[in-house]
Ligand binder design. Structure first.
Ligand SMILES: Cc1ncc(C[n+]2csc(CCOP(=O)(O)OP(=O)(O)O)c2C)c(N)n1
Ligand SMILES: [Mg+2]
Length: 728
């Protein structure tokens, strides 16, 4: 095992040659002091109730300024956390922009008044908008570094294409760029920290982890979060890393440490971790009071380490600036902060009408007709014979293959999706290509750089996808079973779906997540049969697709890949290889727009709205209803659940005046509840009977087939509901 452990000052030029000039030292001090001045002005505004939240960088300034000055704003990539005011200032965010954020102004460049202050963002400076969640940003930094490496190796992939999302995703890259991922020592307890360290190390990615160790996570001291109280000791055996544990109160030490870390990354040797010991001079935020859990002696000891006071004393001792000159400089900076605040307090506030902007892409609407190729291009013959009826599994695989040929920005990864990670095995072995074989042969055709296995960690899969996608790539990742999507839920809800809205449209992560879902497996049991789509349709910002047949799966996946929104693409396992719904290969450009339901059976007596595995079951029930009871049922297959085709539902209900909404997922709080409520609300006058719902029992799916049959809705369940509803 190769272990790269080194300390600041051990590498690079001799220390004397790298001693900052007097001018640089003054600039370091200016940035540190400006950060404190903006913090102090905000504290005042919060006390005056002119802003609504305040969280300071006080005590972290040396570390942050050191990091910023060692890296290149607008060239490297920055994933700050909420305490990084000095970092943001040193990278080029202005005090006025910070104050616009604090007041929640319309012109707040980070979020337009949507996020709390200190959630930095600037596309021009490459500061990626972060959430309030501790640790999620680390996986984004990893994905970002992977994307940067990919573009440097495949510059042709950066070309724009007016036919899809690429028209709106600008790409910039440099072969030696670095991603800075910032966090507090408490956040190293998050699984995502370890998941990010795993991939950064394994892939030797140019990511610098900056740990700002102030000894506390709100009120929780470091030894509670970190066994032994020192994170450097725990991570020391990660391969390919450059490590430095430093005095984070000395900006010159910090600057050197980050220069060394950046040199290691730029040389392609791997990631780095700089662990800076600093102090938290104020409480966690103005909503916290550290006197409740810290002793006076401890707080006083921290105050003596104040990096600004120390730097000031040093400038005087080294004869760089006299006390009076420093007073004047500080005065000017305080004035700058006060003036920025004053201007921001008069800035226009966001309009209420703007609230729904940027939930989804404003550039590319996946419901638009441009995504509809009128007809599939069925070949007259395939390989000299009549076209084969392909399964849903086959046509998903061929869509992935066709899109990868067309778009070099697509990468596919997940658990077991590669043919074989040890490529030499493919000389004799056929290859795996997914537990359901949906990605079979893709690594063999496109290589291990574009199709590869991830660690067994779902947050890792989605978190990296956010990083890839915000750089303009198109990750099409797989979660192996819907039942195991939950470790990624935090990334899906708080990051993937939210990034565009919270950044007021300046960042987005239009990734695709493919997920096998559902039961009717005979023995699938609890952990391989779950549904739960309504949990995801409840997330603004996320498109949700659920195809019921091979042709729809092919055309909808193409739209999912080409569109500019994040998409959850649900694939019913039971339908993968069923005889129902097979189709000929529709050609490489067949696409179906989102939000267009399909009438799979026309009828006049009753409307049945459904999707997924209930479509073939509803068809069976409808045939029996006709044969045995003379009831003529119209069946709508929604195909996409967000957006869904309200017009199609309303038109059909106006015609039949009776409606059942049927799904495989549990009845209570399910997807049907929303549709039933809206139908009752908006189509009340058109109804001759109550709106009926069909779903699974409110339990999980059992292993014993007798129980599974009773738990999940069957064709008879649907038939009974049809007959019952027709009686009204
Ligand atoms: C996932 C998540 N859990 C909990 C919180 C609430 N929270 C915000 S900051 C914080 C402590 C973070 O401590 P640390 O990482 O040491 O950073 P520091 O604030 O000390 O700089 C907590 C628990 C959160 N924002 N995100
Ligand atoms: Mg901390």
């Amino acid at each position: 095992m190769e272990v790269a452990v080194s300390r600041a000052r051990q590498e690079g030029a001799p220390a004397a040659a790298r001693e900052p000039s007097a001018k640089q030292l003054v600039e370091i001090y200016r940035l540190m002091f400006l950060s404190r001045a903006v913090d102090d002005r905000e504290v005042l505004l919060k006390r005056q109730q002119k802003i609504f939240f305040q969280l300071s960088a006080a005590g972290h300034e040396a570390l942050q300024v050191g990091a910023a000055l060692a890296l290149k704003s607008g060239y490297d990539w920055f994933f700050p956390y909420y305490r990084d005011r000095a970092l943001a200032l040193a990278l080029g965010v202005t005090p006025y922009e910070m104050m616009l954020q604090a007041v929640g102004a319309a012109d707040d460049p980070a979020s337009g008044g949507r996020q709390m202050p200190t959630h930095w963002s600037s596309p021009a400076l490459h500061i990626v908008n972060g959430s309030s969640a501790t640790g999620t940003q680390l996986l984004h930094a990893v994905g970002c570094a992977e994307a940067g490496r990919y573009f440097s190796r495949h510059p042709e992939a950066a070309l724009k294409d007016p036919g899809d999302y690429r028209e709106f995703r600008d790409v910039e890259f440099h072969g030696d760029e670095v991603a800075l991922a910032c966090l507090g020592e408490g956040s190293t307890s998050q699984g995502e920290f370890w998941e990010a360290m795993n991939t950064a190390s394994n892939q030797k990615l140019p990511v610098i982890f900056m740990i700002e160790d102030n000894g506390y996570a709100i009120s929780v001291p470091v030894e509670v979060n970190t066994p032994g109280g020192n994170i450097s000791r725990l991570v020391a055996n990660f391969p390919h890393f450059h490590f430095a544990e430093i005095d984070g109160n000395d900006p010159v030490v910090c600057l050197r440490a980050f220069e060394d870390a950046a040199a290691h990354c730029r040389a392609g040797l791997g990631p780095a971790l700089v662990h800076g010991h600093c102090v938290r001079l104020y409480s966690h935020s103005l909503s916290d009071d550290d006197k409740l859990y810290r002793s006076a002696a401890e707080r006083e000891a921290d105050a003596l380490c104040d990096p600004i006071a120390r730097m000031r004393a040093r400038l005087i001792a080294d004869g760089i600036l006299a006390a009076a000159e420093l007073d004047e400089l500080e005065h000017g900076l305080q004035h700058e902060a006060a003036e920025a605040a004053e201007r921001a307090l008069h800035a226009a506030l966001p309009a209420v009408e703007s609230i729904t902007k940027h939930v989804y892409s404003e550039d590319l609407d996946p419901t638009r007709v441009a995504f509809a190729t009128e007809q599939p291009e069925f070949a007259e013959e395939e390989n000299g014979q009549k076209p084969v009826a392909h399964t849903m599994a086959d046509l998903i695989n061929s869509c992935l293959r066709d899109e990868m040929r067309r778009d070099p920005r697509i990468v596919i990864y997940g658990e077991d999706v590669a043919d074989a990670s040890r490529e030499e095995a493919l000389q004799e072995a056929k290859g795996k290509g997914g537990v359901f074989k949906l990605t079979a042969g893709l690594q063999t055709e496109f290589g291990a750089e574009r199709v590869f296995n991830s660690p067994l960690a779902e947050a890792n899969i989605v978190g990296r996808a956010v990083g890839y996608a915000l750089r303009g790539m198109k990750p099409v990742v797989e979660i192996q079973f819907f039942d195991y999507i939950w470790p990624a839920m935090h990334q899906i809800r708080n990051e993937l779906a939210l990034l565009r809205w919270r950044s007021n449209g300046t960042w987005a992560a239009p990734a695709v997540i493919r997920v096998p879902i559902g039961g009717y497996l005979t023995g699938g049991s609890i952990y391989h049969s779950q549904s739960g789509e309504s949990i995801f349709t409840h997330l603004p910002g996320l498109r949700v697709v659920f195809a019921s047949n091979a042709l729809d799966a092919n055309g909808l996946l193409r739209t999912a890949i080409r569109c500019d929104d994040p998409v959850l693409f649900l694939e019913h396992k039971r339908l993968y290889r069923e005889t129902h719904g097979r189709a000929a290969y529709p050609g490489p450009d067949f696409a179906i727009p989102f939000g267009k339901a399909k009438i799979v059976r026309e009828g006049s007596h009753l409307t049945l709205v459904t999707y997924g595995a209930l479509v073939p079951r509803a068809l069976q029930a409808a045939q029996q209803a006709e044969r045995l009871h003379g009831i003529d049922v119209e069946i709508l297959d929604l195909r996409t659940l967000n957006p869904y085709d309200w017009e199609a539902i309303a038109t059909s209900v106006r015609k039949t005046n009776r409606v059942i909404v049927a799904h495989e997922d549990m009845l209570s709080w399910g997807y049907g509840a929303e549709l039933a409520a809206r139908i009752g609300d908006e189509l009340f006058d058109d109804l001759d009977a109550p709106v009926r719902r069909i779903g699974a029992m409110d339990t999980f799916v059992a292993y014993q087939p007798k129980l599974e049959d009773a738990i999940l809705p069957q064709p008879e369940t649907i038939l009974n509901a049809i007959v019952d509803l027709k009686r009204y």
